[in-house]
Design a protein around this ligand. Structure first.
Ligand code: GRF
Length: 185
């Protein structure tokens, strides 16, 4: 059975959806006060949180993450709103075993503001993408993506909500396709 861990920096709504459907070995957050940690507590998922600034450098911070992944024998790392670039220490240890969700149809609108950037560009459709993580920003090989329309009458809030709804469908689908067993198949 494939063991997964989820990394999130903030709210963790994608983590919540994943943890409701799959056995998540642990959640890691790079913010000790992230709301995702409350969600983990409510769901009974083990959580770890530490911050880059608590370490001498990013290599030491990422080595602590690698140690956690090794200790739990994690097969697949699921980034879901983890707002840091994966650096060489983590990547060299786990490349090919890290996926990320991005709230746009890559290669359109990479970066930290995919929804806002698509909205401001006035597109009539954007999307959601899940991809392998490489050393670039949202550049890794695409696993699966869906289009999400911008509808007449949308505000950025309704557009954003629609994108998130598609995220909550796509992440579980991809996990199943990658061989992660759901809790109640
Ligand atoms: C999601 O839109 C995800 O695609 C992006 O960050 C957001 C995280 O939201 N990378 P949440 O923390 O899962 O609620």
């Amino acid at each position: 059975m494939k063991k997964i861990a989820v990394f999130a920096s903030g709210s963790g709504s994608n983590f919540q959806v994943i943890a409701e459907q799959f056995d998540v070995k642990f959640i890691f957050s790079d913010h000790r006060d992230a709301f995702v940690l409350e969600r983990a507590d409510n769901l009974g998922v083990p959580a770890y949180a530490f911050e880059l600034k608590e370490f001498d450098n990013k290599a030491a911070y990422e080595q602590a993450i690698v140690d956690l992944l090794d200790q739990h024998q994690i097969d697949l790392v699921c980034l879901a709103g983890y707002m840091k670039i994966v650096g060489p220490t983590l990547l060299s240890a786990y490349e090919g075993r890290i996926i990320n969700i991005h709230p746009a149809y890559l290669p359109e609108f990479p970066g930290a503001h995919g929804i806002q950037d698509a909205w401001e560009a006035g597109v009539d459709q954007s999307g959601v993408t899940i991809h392998w993580v490489d050393s670039g920003v949202d550049t890794g090989q695409i696993i699966k993506q869906v289009r999400v329309p911008r509808l007449a009458g949308d505000t950025i809030e309704t557009f954003e909500t629609r994108i998130h709804e598609h995220e909550y469908q796509l992440y579980p689908q991809v996990l199943v396709e990658l061989g992660v067993e759901p809790k109640n198949p």
